[in-house]
Design a protein around this ligand. Sequence first.
Ligand code: ASP
Ligand code: MG
Length: 415
Amino acid sequence: MTATEYEAVPAVGPDSTGAQAGTPEARCVVMKFGGTSVADPQKLRSVAARLVGAREAGYRVVGVLSAMGKTTDELLALALEVSPAPDPRELDMLVSVGERISCALAAMAIVDLGHEAISLTGSQAGIVTDTVHGKAKIVEVRARRIHEALDDGKIVLVAGFQGVSTTYEVTTLGRGGSDTTAVALAAALGADHCAIYTDVRGVFSADPRLVPDARPLRHVSFDEMLEMASSGARVLATRSIEVARSHNVKLHVRSTFEEGIGTWIEEEDDGMLEKALISGVVHQREETVYHVEGATRARLFGALAEAFVNVDTIVQTGAQIVFSAPPEDRVAAARTLDELGLEWSSREDLGKVSLVGAGMKSHPGVAAKTFATLEAAGIESPIVSTSPIKIACHVPTVDVDRAVRALHEAFELGG
Ligand code: ASP
Ligand code: MG
């Protein structure tokens, strides 16, 4: 066996083995395609053509693919048909297959277009993760094999959403994890940018299915996008934006199916600040809200963290602690609270509407207008939380759509 050289994400700069940095030949691009973009053989062939187009334009090209269409959902359902509580290791072995299928097929299509290609599993691509099955975090990227393939002129296809743990097990990164694979690779390879190809034209001022005059946004800062994603915008996995921000990887979200300028997500600049008081209104239809009595904070949140519950809002006044977490974490949260022997209750009838905008930092009155708008619409909001660039209001699930439309209109975000 030969020893592998370790390449931590932060340590890896632009290609050291490739052509000279700065020349078009040396520029690397990571192009990620979501499940709808690779849903059938015809779509896979168009994705192959796009990757070849970038290669012919002189880029070193890495494609990161999701599983075809609903494959991941189907594999998860299949597991549940066999076992009510699938073994986490075996579940990762199973669901990681979807992305391998897409990559192998795309590589075949690229070869037919007269170019060289190689598909790699997450493990072969050097994506090393921690040992948490189903929710693993990337700890480093050992990009040597990718560099070698790129040096040989190949288009490299990497199976998204998966890696190999420090104990040599196949792991997956959680739903939407292919975004994180793509951004981590872009960071490790010193890519020019990371293009995220999806079934929408970019990031919008609100969900266009809810708000017909929602506007596509051209530029969004990392901080805004992070707030939007963690508050319900589904276009990018939250974790991928954290990785992009910490390694300053520019993201370009664009449609696979139509030409267009898409949305750039990058470091905030002064131009952005002047433009966007509010960039968008995002929403979540469901978020479980817990009320807990008589717990010490450190013990409570320590135990929830150990159970991998993703706590969102925390509000404490006096002895009562209120916090929210996604519905998928409900079982783990309930088990933890019971194990701690706490008195607790939860509400399942709330969702959340959040206004996000970098310009909020320097403009008073946004909170006032938000509350006035909800009040005028007759929508109650039992919990409000803020960050410097976000105002989040928990509202009844049945009122979420109305709240989004009312706020989008009140702040004149339409195009
Ligand atoms: N196929 C995985 C999922 O559906 C990963 C991804 O598409 O990003 O969550
Ligand atoms: Mg996705």
